[in-house]
Design a protein around this ligand. Structure first.
Ligand code: IPM
Ligand code: MG
Length: 352
């Protein structure tokens, strides 16, 4: 079980340390941890947000545990040196095309949602976001129009195989969960979405047990805050998934609770190679203060055990320990509580 630990910037190192401590507390045989620099901290030490050595460490591991990247001090750097390029580069180089972002409201935390509690209680969904295509990775640039105006441009495209492979991930997730699948697009305007919808509809024939519907992304945003209970699995492209997953996480009440998995095609001995990270960012405002809630990273480690190492029981133990910790009233500042990073980590380990 080779895990590349990439803590990154801001609160990344603090929350990652607690997740590692939880993994170590399970005393899993064969656990080997390697640490690498990534993001602004890597740029400071090595002049690049994703050094070759870090990429090699990640590529040779069975799974990557990632903290967060981002630092306001880097805002004026050229794009290729910005911390965000590290996570985009890892996704692209490691072929991590499938991003799973589960969002559900923990029992008892409904009142923390900005939505009315009875609406928030209905949130129990997984966003399956395509992660290596779309307008994120298309050609882009700035140019001058014939009239002499500056113009920025980004090409959006999806090929049929790209849509097909992420659609299969989403259909399998929906079948496993026994939930409906909603494919999100903007087919009333975009050619890319028209193809997306055709491919998803064709693949639906292979999954007769899954109820599929299609929804425009603007309507999906509206439904997410008014009738979230209607969603089981949401299948999206890269850009729409970026936006909707932030919306879903805010609706849950705290982004300090939401994990994610980014999976590729490479198989490990007992699962699929993947990168696991909290949904939240580097939170520079509270970095180094011991205030960050490590639960999202701890839950990301649980996803790692399930998807990359075939350890579903151990994953469920971690998830139950986190739920128990919350139920016992141990809450970080993000949840209106007073417990710090180390105290929350210790409380979760005590309940494993
Ligand atoms: C995310 C983040 C990234 C993205 C940024 C940091 C490039 O917002 O993981 O959702 O846009 O994919
Ligand atoms: Mg995002």
């Amino acid at each position: 079980m080779k895990i590349a630990v990439l803590p990154g910037d801001g609160i990344g190192p603090e929350v990652t340390a607690e997740a590692v401590a939880v993994l170590e507390a399970l005393a899993l045989p064969g656990l080997v941890l390697g640490h690498g620099d990534v993001g602004a901290s890597a740029w400071r030490r090595h002049g690049h947000p994703l050094p070759e050595a870090t990429l090699a460490l990640a590529a040779e591991a069975d799974a990557v545990l990632f903290g967060a990247v981002g630092d306001p001090a880097c805002d004026s750097l050229e794009r290729h040196l910005r911390p965000e390029q590290a996570i985009l580069g890892l996704r692209k180089h490691l072929g991590l095309f499938a991003n799973l972002r589960p969002a559900r409201v923990f029992a008892g935390l409904e009142a923390l949602s900005p939505l009315r509690p009875e609406i928030a209680a209905g949130i129990d969904l997984i966003i399956v976001r395509e992660l290596t295509g779309d307008v994120y990775f298309g050609a882009k640039g700035q140019r001058t129009t014939p009239e002499g105006a500056r113009e920025g441009w980004d090409a959006m495209s999806y090929s049929e195989p790209e849509v097909a492979r992420i659609a299969h991930v989403a259909f399998r997730a929906a079948a496993a969960a026994g939930r409906p699948l909603t494919s999100i697009d903007k087919a009333n305007v975009l050619e890319t979405s028209q193809l997306w919808r055709e491919v998803v509809s064709r693949i639906a024939g292979e999954y007769p047990a899954v109820a599929l519907d299609h929804m425009y992304v603007d309507n999906a945003a509206m439904q997410l805050v008014s009738h979230p209970e209607r969603f089981g699995v949401m299948l999206t492209g890269n850009l729409f998934g970026d936006i909707l997953s932030d919306l879903a996480s805010a609706a849950v009440g705290s982004i300090g609770l939401l994990p994610s998995a980014s999976l590729g095609e490479r198989q490990t001995a007992h699962g699929t190679f993947g990168l696991y990270e909290p949904i939240h960012g580097s939170a520079p405002d509270i970095a180094g203060k011991g205030k960050a809630n490590p639960m999202a990273t701890i839950l990301s480690a649980a996803m790692m055990l399930r998807h990359s190492f075939g350890l579903a029981d151990e994953a469920a133990r971690i998830e139950a320990a986190v739920a128990r910790t919350l139920a016992d009233g141990i809450r970080g500042a993000d949840l209106g509580g007073e417990h710090g990073t180390a105290a929350i980590g210790a409380a979760v380990r005590a309940r494993l």
